[in-house]
Structure formats: C-alpha cells, structure tokens
Ligand binder design. Sequence first.
Ligand code: MG
Length: 429
Amino acid sequence: MGIDYRGLRDPNAEYTMRDLAAESMGVTADRGGGRDVEITDVQTTMVDGNFPWTLVRVYTDAGIVGTGEAYWGAGAPELIERMAPFLVGENPLDIDRLTEHLIQRMSGEGSIGGVTVTAISGIEIALHDITGKILEVPAYQLLGGKYRDAVRVYCDCHTETEGGAGPPDGKPTGEDPPAADPIAVAEEAERVVSDLGYDALKFDLDVPSGHEKDRANRHLRNAEIAHKKAIVEAVTEAVGHRADVAFDCHWSFSGDSAKRLARALEQYDVWWLEDPVPPENHDVQREVTRSTSTPIAAGENVYRTHGQRRLLEEGAVDIVAPDLPKVGGMRETVKIADLADLYYVPVAMHNVSSPVATVASVHVGAAISNALAVEFHSYELDWWDDLVSETVIEEGYIEVPEQPGLGVTLDMDAVEAHMVEGEELFDEV
Ligand code: MG
C-alpha cells in the first residue's frame, strides 16, 4: 500500500507524514501530550528606541505567550496583523512549517526580501520562545544545543565629531558636519575598552573627512583615504591587542575606492571592514574581497539563506553578517551559519535591536560553531536593558539564558514608558 503524500504541504491536512511515521512505530498519532496547544492571537507594540523596535507577542490557549521582535521598519506591525489569521488555530510548536506557511501565504507581498521577511522573523522568534516554554528547554536547545555558555558582544561606537554616518547623498553643501577627529575616535575606543569592559568594537568609517568633493560618485579621494587610515591607525594603536576593532562603510564606495581603502588598511589588522560597496552587486563585492588581505564583512542587507548564498558560494565575504530579526529568524540564521561553515566563513551577527532580538541572536550564537560575536548598537541608550527583567550584557558578553524559551521577560512598565506614540500595550496573558 502506498503512502498518501498529498497532505504534506497542506498545513490544514489532518493526516500528515508525521502521523504516518508515528503510526508505523506504534505511537499514538493524536495531537495530545504537549502538542495540544493552539495559537489564539498575535499582537505587536512598537518601542521608540534608537531604532523603532517592533515587539511581537504570540498568544496560545495554554496560557503561554511567546515574545519576538522584528527588525525596525515601517510596515512590520501591519504585515504581522495581516498574518495573524494564518496562525490562529495552528500549533506553535511546528516552527518550520508555520514559517514556511507564512512565506508562501505572503509571497505576493514579497516574502523573499524586505519588510515581509522582517515581519515573519519577529513571529518566528516568538514561536521559539513559546516552544521552549512548552517543552521547558532554552531556545538554543531547539537549535541543536550550545557550543558556548556566553556569546561575545561587540559594541558599535560613535563620537560626537563623526557628525553622523550615512550613505553619500550628493555634493557637500558647505554646512556639512566637521571632519571626524581620529584622536577623539581613539579616546572613545579607549573609554569603551577600559570603562565599559568591551574587547570588541566597531566604528563607522564613512565619516566626514573635510576632503569630500562629490559624494554621489562614490569615489574616495586620496586625502579621504588618508583620513580614514588615520582613524584606523589611532584606534588600533590605542587599544592594541586588548580589543578587536571593525570598521563600517555602510555601502558607500565604488569598487576601485573600496579596494584602495582596504589595501591602505592592510597594515592595521582590523577585525573586518564592513560593507565597503553597495549591496546589490555580488560580483563587485567578490572582487573587492579577493583584492585584499583586509577581512571584508557583508550580509546585513540581504535576506534569507537565498540572499546570502552567492556571497558565500563565490567567496564574496570573509565574514558574513546576517541580522537575525531581519533575515528570516532564528532557524534561518542557523541555516546561513551552516552554509557559511561549509566555506569556513565565520558569522558576526548584525544587530540594532532591543534585548529581545539581541538575546534571540545569543541563542543562535551559542548554537552555531562559527559565531564570532553579536552586535550591540545601543550603548548610548541608558534604558536599553530596562525593557526586560533580566541583566543582559555583562563585561562585553551575554550569558546564554538557561530559562525555558528565550529567557527574557518584558518589563511592561518599561515597554509602556517607551512605546511609540499611538501604540497600544500588549494584552495581559
Ligand atoms: Mg553595518
């Protein structure tokens, strides 16, 4: 007798391969025994952090609620609201099936990239929180267990003299911010290492130098490269071997300028140079990476494993930098890390999130062999960790939570105090 596979891709099918397998082993194939739980509601609240953080809560009829977070971006709450009917009545333990279900149902909205993937990521994280709580295991255990008990955090740093980073946007107006001062950048590096206890840092390198003539053409003049070199030299000499330091270019430069910059920095042993060229053309990315011994990182601007595939397969990055609540969620980040590991490429997780998605990144960082570090982008925001009851970052590391699920508990007073105007607080469980 043949097996009927027709129900396999149908999330509403009552009789699936799992049931058939269970029956063949003489196991009762009903939905009880811990699987007797259904999603009842999905809600969001946006918090006004140094980015807008879209917090997600998935409610169940077991009285257990899961918390997730979607990467910032207008539209995520609306998309999550659109997806809620596809989840209500479903079993939250089937994380992969539900995530795939959402990708398929939202394909018209563009679930291969952009804010739709971000919205799905927030739900996927919440499903890990629920599943961990129901099975009474920490989320990393759902991902295959852990390689490490604490995950290294790198601190994204800024100085007042930088005048703000950003992509080139045309000719200087004469009202541009002053040139970044290499000495001030080095002093901030020293402060973050000595006073805040980090041994891993990142600074922006797409900062004003006072030598820009035309930012729209992406060309770096020699004087600009010399200024960037002075920043890198000042910082790396200040911290020496006490810290690893990366530098971010935010997709700013032409291919030849990126190569010249990367070559000029080779003598300083930077941790990595991030996103020197725009993110769309992997061929140029590969040429830049192969032209230099300076390690090149990229990846925060592509989505899902499909988006990272060519970067990895073609040797276009030395370090891959997915953003977990943007790229597709926890399982998707593990898939990317596994693919990266086939090419012996380590993973530095981009992160600008609240403690919720930061800790989701920590669970993945614990569960993959090739984790370098997780970014912390909010050291100037003194209430960042007030959003959860737990202590998060200590001495430049985050201890991997051992509580069921993500192991973070939203402090609802803090969430309410920092909600974006017009947002509503989550319902009580
Ligand atoms: Mg970056």
